[in-house]
Ligand binder design. Structure first.
Ligand SMILES: *Cc1c(COP(=O)(O)O)cnc(C)c1O
Length: 469
């Protein structure tokens, strides 16, 4: 399988190189040159497979040529064997034909584990074959950092540096990162905010001299492998609900458009999906596009659903690429306009095309809490605030009551006790057994000033299993 850039100028790469790449050299994002397509009979024959075996069948075409079948099977079995629920991604029923797909049974209790548990193992596999080491630098406001650290902790060929804003992440989120001890794991608390952290990661990708030749790898959702891993659970859910003979609708709590883009790809690979709902919080750039064809940056509003607090959705470029007939030059232009402070609209027929599949809703904090309380009262399910936004949007935007509606349950409610408390449904639930002693565990973290030179010096001093590069 070959991968091409959404801006049309960077060289095509194979899976292995895409895994190790961040942005394409022309500033674009990598997408498969040709999407695999499965027949209805083929998809139907996968009903009842264990999750890792389904994952093998869905993802195999994306990695052929780079990873041998036997190796890939073994990696997938290990990846999803570590989840705390036998079904890996169980469906929970809320109401007649209404479901939540629980994607929070991985080690860090958010859906990001599905991709990052796999990514760490794929990286180590490829790097040991090549005899190379890499450094990962990432910025986090919470969920991505812990999932990336958990995914990479056993990697022999990876050192991972995760920056979070000092004193500005929740205690559970901080402890989920800082209590994972290993000589290749480096938590940096930056005396600044999340944007400062993100800027320093970007600057480090642009100028890698301080790494002395070691390659820098991205773990945010611009990494193709993350999107790829998320395609699987759309197939998994649909197969439980009568697919592919019957179509299914999904509502997806959305920030960077990675998770819902995976659903769009699943549909293009042959899975009958009749509707995809983009559910956002008050940071609603995607809702403004879907409802009014306006893609315009706004200021950042902190909300009760912090993992969806974004101003710009990086993966949206991948959808725009398809909407423009995969014309890289057109996307480069559009992104230039956007960068120069302008927003943009797309031509009417392209927008109409998108709206055949996508609907959207922006849900504010008050409505989020209302939905947590409502669902708790209806069926005793305690939703996290991100999932609650998805359920709200599902209920308001659903096109057909006859079609099963699945909201992606993106995080466990224990991670966001503030929203649960505000919703007035009593205490947040206890931590699951594998995290029960989280507050007693030893923490390791380095506090550094908001200064690029000092951060880069730290990485350079510790980037080889704690020793200098
Ligand atoms: C990351 C995250 C999201 C948003 O996913 P995107 O792929 O960025 O759209 C939603 N909910 C939770 C809990 C998350 O951690």
């Amino acid at each position: 399988m070959r991968y091409i850039s959404t801006r049309g100028q960077a060289p095509a790469l194979n899976f292995e190189d895409v895994l190790l790449a961040g942005l394409a050299s022309d500033g674009g994002l990598y997408v498969p040159e040709n999407l695999p397509r499965f027949t209805q009979e083929e998809i139907a024959s996968w009903a009842g497979l264990p999750y890792h075996e389904l994952a093998f069948r869905v993802m195999r075409p994306f990695v052929t040529g780079s990873i041998a079948d036997a190796d890939f099977k073994k990696i997938l079995e290990e990846t999803y064997g570590g989840f705390a629920h036998n079904a890996v991604a169980p469906l929970r029923q809320l109401n007649g034909n209404e479901w939540v797909l629980e994607l929070f049974h991985g080690p860090t209790l958010a859906f990001k584990d599905f991709a990052l548990q796999l990514l760490g193992r794929l990286l180590d596999h490829v790097l040991s074959k090549r005899g190379e080491r890499v450094v990962i630098m990432g910025a986090t406001s919470g969920d991505t950092g812990s999932a990336a650290i958990e995914g990479c902790k056993a990697c022999e060929h990876v050192d991972i540096f995760i920056m979070h804003p000092h004193n500005r992440v929740s205690e559970v989120q901080r402890r989920q990162m800082t209590t994972i001890l290993g000589e290749n794991i480096h938590n940096i608390a930056v005396e600044g905010n999340f944007d400062d952290c993100q800027e320093m990661v970007k600057a480090s990708f642009a100028d890698q001299g301080f790494l002395k030749g070691t390659r820098l790898v991205a773990v945010n959702s611009i990494n193709w492998a993350r999107i790829m891993a998320q395609i699987v659970y759309y197939f998994h859910a649909a197969l439980q609900l009568g697919g592919p003979a019957r179509s299914v609708a999904f509502s997806v709590p959305t920030g960077n458009f990675g998770d819902i883009f995976a659903g769009y790809l699943a549909r293009n690979m042959g899975l009958p999906i009749s509707q995809l709902i983009v559910a956002t919080n008050r940071n609603d750039i995607l809702h403004r596009f879907m409802s009014g064809n306006q893609y315009v940056k706004d200021t950042l509003h902190p909300t009760l659903s912090p993992s969806m607090d974004i101003m710009v959705s990086s993966n949206f470029e991948r959808l725009l690429f398809d909407l423009h007939g995969r014309n890289g030059a057109a996307i480069a232009n559009l992104m230039d306009t956007f960068k120069q402070g302008g927003g943009f609209s797309v031509e009417e027929d392209r927008w109409t095309e998108a709206r055949k599949l996508f609907d959207s809703l922006a849900v504010d904090d008050a409505a989020t809490c209302e939905t947590i309380a409502e669902v708790y009262k209806e069926c005793g399910e305690l939703l996290d605030p991100h999932t609650a936004i998805g359920v709200r949007a599902a209920r308001e935007c659903r096109r057909s009551l006859a079609t099963p509606m699945v909201t992606l349950g993106t995080a466990h409610p224990v991670k966001f006790p503030e929203a649960v408390e505000k919703a007035g449904v009593g205490q947040a639930p206890a931590l699951p057994p594998h995290l029960a002693d989280l507050f007693q565990r030893e923490e390791r973290c380095t506090v550094l000033p908001n200064d690029l030179k000092q951060i880069q010096a730290f990485v350079s001093q510790h980037g080889n299993r704690g020793k200098p590069l």
